[in-house]
Design a binder for this molecule. Structure first.
Ligand SMILES: NC(=O)c1ccc[n+]([C@@H]2O[C@H](COP(=O)([O-])OP(=O)(O)OC[C@H]3O[C@@H](n4cnc5c(N)ncnc54)[C@H](OP(=O)(O)O)[C@@H]3O)[C@@H](O)[C@H]2O)c1
Length: 298
């Protein structure tokens, strides 16, 4: 298949491009700069110049391909709501381009906060109207497009998609520990996150594109639940820093914008996904990846 990938130069998107190429697919990657275009071409794909707010270029990219995988997102958390609105407009344009074709549109979403305090499954639904989840609008647009003949599929990613080159939440925890000179967890550190290695996540995007039915929600989850205490202990070990507990009232000062995400006890399962798509993650687990040392290279 010829596949249009948004976010093709990103941490997960670049793994998705590698996965698609090794399975024999052709890739057209959205690039908003010469730097990202060069990275996309070096990965064996073709670059399609454009950006999430250039809706005509987005639709043109989708129209040239048999499938669309959407992984682009502007992760500047100081304007998160605006980025979510831009993503929703982009998805609307992509759905418009695919309307009536039956072609797949696979989009990245998240598991965090789905069912706080218990293991979330693929059957747990997002509260589309909750103000705390502005990115839900994009998911709603994609799922509504199923009625218009788009094979839309949602892949929910855990808060840690890890591996070499990670610049997400776990990498930020490493950075904060370095800056503070201690590695902290909040309270008893029992709040849990699921996790997946980025190669396994990439494999699921490919399988979803090839085989998932319209309207499916899938979980790219390997570790169901890793306690914040254990993540902090692995970082303390890697950086040779003291491991300390801090009170919940100190969390915002210590962790900044990351504090509310750390507080979410949000384990998740992928039993349905594994069974439905014969997806078998075999990459390193989060704690093994931290023990491998690449998060701590200077
Ligand atoms: N990494 C994780 O742990 C994690 C966890 C849960 C969910 N997710 C979700 O998974 C998806 C992929 O994440 P990631 O970690 O691969 O992100 P990333 O490394 O930050 O990459 C983001 C990608 O989006 C592109 N992009 C950003 N703004 C754009 C715009 N306005 N127009 C066009 N392209 C734009 C970037 O292009 P440039 O190369 O030009 O910057 C880059 O290719 C996102 O939806 C993310 O929220 C990630």
């Amino acid at each position: 298949m010829r596949v249009f990938v948004t976010g093709a130069s990103g941490f997960i998107g670049s793994a998705v491009v590698a996965e698609l190429r090794s399975a024999g697919h052709q890739v057209l990657g959205l690039s908003r700069s010469e730097v990202s275009a060069r990275a996309i071409v070096a990965a064996g794909a073709e670059a399609h110049h454009g950006a999430l707010d250039d809706l005509e270029r987005l639709a043109a990219g989708a129209a040239r391909c048999d499938a669309v995988l959407h992984l682009a997102f502007d992760h500047d958390f100081s304007r998160f709501a605006e980025s979510a609105r831009a993503e929703a407009r982009a998805l609307d344009a992509l759905c418009g381009a695919l309307e009536g074709s039956g072609r797949p549109l696979v989009i990245a979403s998240g598991t965090l906060g789905l069912a706080p305090g218990r293991v979330a499954s693929e059957q747990d639904q997002i509260d589309f109207d909750a103000p705390a989840s502005p990115r839900a609008a994009g998911v709603k647009i994609a799922l509504a497009a199923v009625e218009r003949g788009v094979r839309a599929v949602i892949v929910r990613l855990p808060p840690s998609v890890h591996g070499a080159g990670d610049h997400g939440f776990v990498a930020r925890l490493v950075e904060i520990a370095r800056q503070r000179g201690v590695c902290a967890y909040v309270g008893d550190g029992s709040s849990r996150w699921p996790a997946v290695h980025r190669r396994d996540a990439a494999a699921l995007f490919r399988l979803a594109m090839e085989h998932a039915p319209a309207g499916a929600t899938l979980h790219a989850v390997d570790d169901e639940a890793v306690a914040q205490h254990d993540i902090a202990a692995a970082i303390a070990e890697g950086l040779r820093l003291p491991l300390v507990s801090i009170a919940p009232e100190q969390a915002a000062d210590h962790f900044g914008w990351l504090a509310p995400w750390l507080a979410l006890d949000s384990p998740a399962s992928s039993a349905i996904t594994q069974q439905q798509l014969a997806w078998h993650p075999d990459g390193p687990k989060l704690l093994a990846d931290l023990a491998a040392g690449h998060y701590f290279a200077t």
